[in-house]
Write a protein that binds this ligand. Structure first.
Ligand SMILES: *Cc1c(COP(=O)(O)O)cnc(C)c1O
Length: 396
């Protein structure tokens, strides 16, 4: 069988390096650095140190007994919501910023939509003493004023992007423009398993700590592997981080859950794998939500973190080879899950993570009593409480 991914970062037909010519040198430098520095004992030891003492890893694998009764099988929650800053994104940003530092870079840049990745990058940059600039669309800055202030508190410069739709995709374009002229001293921290090679592989490897820990923890608790892994899918980093360490364990089934928004048959969703077609976006070939002329289709989700028209190429590959199944749940089902998990376990999930929880609730019948399921609780819901109250018409 062919090695996956190959040297160009291709997972089957997906992935690759569709990068501007001017960036090819820095991309090759990054790939070399990742394969040498990034794989070295010293680097891994230092990363493990920050994971343990700064992020608070390993995160718990919690047996959700009440929720399990409700679903009718054994449900464990991988508690990424307990990671420092409240979600899994920090696993990747500390990894990349540490690598950038070892490469001799003095500055990092990032794009952010809702601000979660920007805050995680600013946190890692403050920790490791690199300058940090975050590009954010003007509309997003207005919607997420608190996260803008958070980044500034952490010492980052937040730059307002006023072009195009003034949201995430314009922020990505602007960050890319910056990188083209600054790469000699700057690393671009991409927030999920997208972009050109080596980003999808590198981000997956940093997030794989989720699945590695979960495997050890479930074997300790149950003396066997789980039957299902379930995770929400935006760009695809928390899900691939959970899935990948189980790739060769053929009895373990993977379920990725996308955002059906206002409905999978409306124009308002972000279900890239369920409704998209292969195309090129942000440096790689993968499923993309596009119209019939190949223009990027606008996306929508109740959860900002899933609101992205692309998907990591490794997921497109898993879909085609049948290694993982992908479904979508809508906003109403997500809000229901948000309440049910809060009441049954005292755990308020991020709206993103509530998509994974909702899949279980909507498909209870699929699971047998002795099935063991691990759900990735990718983040905590504190950030979403205001928004849910607003949607439900509850004055605060
Ligand atoms: C950003 C985010 C996601 C979606 O990103 P992935 O790369 O698909 O993991 C999911 N959950 C939370 C809490 C997030 O902040």
């Amino acid at each position: 069988m062919k090695k996956v991914p190959d040297k160009k970062g291709r997972f089957g037909v997906y992935g690759g390096m569709f990068a501007p010519e001017t960036l090819m040198a820095v991309i090759e430098q990054l790939q070399d650095a990742y394969l040498t520095i990034g794989k070295s004992r010293e680097f891994r030891k230092e990363l493990a140190y920050y994971f343990k003492y700064y992020v608070g890893r390993p995160t718990a694998l919690y047996y959700a007994s009440d929720f399990s009764r409700y679903i009718g099988c054994k449900v464990y929650l991988k508690r990424e919501d307990l990671a420092f800053t409240g979600a899994h994104k920090i696993n990747n940003t500390i990894g990349q910023v540490l690598l950038a530092k070892k490469m001799g870079k003095t500055r990092v840049i990032a794009e952010t939509g809702a601000g979660q990745h920007g805050v995680a990058t600013a946190t890692a940059a403050a920790l490791l003493k690199l300058q940090c600039e975050v590009y954010m669309g003007e509309i997003d800055m207005q919607r997420q004023a608190l996260n803008v202030y958070r980044m500034r508190l952490l010492g980052a410069k937040v730059t307002c992007v006023k072009s195009g739709s003034r949201t995430l995709k314009d922020a990505i374009n602007e960050a890319m423009r910056d990188w083209i002229s600054s790469f000699s001293n700057t690393h671009y921290v991409i927030g999920t398993v997208v972009g050109f090679h080596p980003f999808p592989v590198m981000v997956r490897d940093f997030q794989s700590i989720i699945g590695k820990e979960a495997k050890r923890q479930i074997i300790k608790a149950e003396k066997k592997l789980p039957d299902f892994l379930v995770a929400c899918v935006g760009g695809g980093s928390n899900s691939i981080g959970l899935f990948f360490p189980f790739f060769r364990d053929k009895s373990v089934r993977f379920i990725g859950v996308e955002a059906a928004g206002k409905g999978i048959d409306t124009d308002y969703h972000s279900a890239t794998l369920c409704k998209g077609r292969p195309g090129i976006l942000h440096g790689n070939f993968s499923y993309v939500l596009q119209d019939k002329n190949g223009q990027i289709h606008p996306t929508y989700s109740i959860s900002a973190g899933l609101d992205y028209p692309g998907i990591g190429p490794e997921h497109s590959y898993y879909k085609d080879i049948g290694r993982a199944e992908y479904y979508a749940v809508d906003d109403r089902q997500v809000l229901n899950a948000f309440h049910i998990l809060s009441e049954s376990e005292g755990i308020i999930p991020a709206l993103e993570s509530a998509h994974a929880v909702a899949y279980l609730i909507e498909n209870k019948k699929r699971f047998k009593q002795d099935d063991i399921i691990i759900v990735c609780l990718s983040g905590r819901g504190d950030k979403d409480v205001n928004e849910v109250a607003r949607i439900e018409g509850i004055p605060l």
